[in-house]
Design a protein around this ligand. Structure first.
Ligand code: MF3
Ligand code: CO
Ligand code: CO
Length: 256
């Protein structure tokens, strides 16, 4: 399978789904506080998506049981919502993928539970900047690898490391399409970007070592091997002739 170029009609559908995914993340912010379980957040997530005529792409995906991923502290990604009660000082990632009228939108962001340390705040800020420098590379004629090249360069300049075992991905008509979007890559490597491509950029940045290990009991939860913090931000990005457009950026934070 090659990288699909989306039609104008498909782009409109993916745009609507992306906006809903982003609105879901915004809606969930009110529930993020000490004492709330990640399972409760998942319940509110499922309700909100259904109330808007859509479905959560993660539910039942390769056996994944929930409507979002909730990844706390040293969890890199794919944390399964459940009985865990959020605690003051935790950092939480919520990752939501919606299916609206058959189109997929995928986005995630970080939340602070109560008051968090400056150490955690800085990791989250830098990770968001990593997403920004990655998206800035999404223009026609550029190599896909330059996304990961710029992300990892910024992460390393702050003493952090970039997770290489999980990647961004083409998205829109299916959950995970080609291409795979690595967040660490050699300069000018990989396929050449073209107008009409849609994929995610979703860097996971670790305060310590880059390696991830997946929980043997649940088969999903990916944690840092050294127990140090990890942060992630994700947008669904459209390549256009003139500039990258982050379809899930409803706040206009990533305008180029
Ligand atoms: N939304 C995640 C991504 O950005 C994928 C989650 S797959 C799941 O690609 F099965 F863990 F939910
Ligand atoms: Co994704
Ligand atoms: Co996602």
């Amino acid at each position: 399978m090659a990288i699909t170029i989306k039609t104008a009609e498909q782009i409109e559908g993916i745009r609507k789904s992306s906006i809903l995914a982003a609105e879901t993340l915004k809606y969930l912010a009110q529930f993020v506080k000490p004492g709330i379980t990640t399972g409760y957040i998942d319940q509110k997530c499922e309700e909100y998506i259904k109330d808007h005529g859509a479905a959560a792409a993660t539910k039942g995906y390769n056996g994944y049981p929930a409507s979002c991923c909730t990844s706390v502290n040293d969890v890199i990604c794919h944390g399964i919502p459940g009985k865990y009660e959020l605690r003051n000082g935790d950092i939480l990632n919520i990752d939501v993928t919606t299916i609206l009228d058959g189109y997929f939108g995928d986005t995630c962001k970080m939340y602070e539970v109560g008051t968090v340390s400056d150490y955690a705040k800085k990791l989250m800020q830098v990770t968001k900047e990593c997403l920004r420098v990655g998206i800035a590379q999404c223009y026609p004629g550029n190599h896909l690898g330059n996304i990961g090249y710029e992300i990892n360069k910024l992460a390393v300049s702050h003493g952090y490391s970039t997770v290489y075992e999980f990647c961004g991905h083409g998205v829109g008509l299916r959950f995970h399409e080609e291409p795979e979007v690595p967040h660490v890559a050699a300069k000018n490597s990989g396929p050449v970007l073209k107008e009409g491509m849609i994929f995610t950029v979703e860097p996971m940045i670790n305060a310590g070592k880059a390696r991830a290990k997946v929980d043997r009991r649940d088969g999903w939860t990916a944690r840092t091997i050294d127990g140090k913090l990890s942060a992630q931000y994700e947008h669904t990005v459209l390549v256009t002739a003139t500039k990258p457009i982050a379809l899930t950026d409803i706040d206009g934070e990533f305008v180029f």
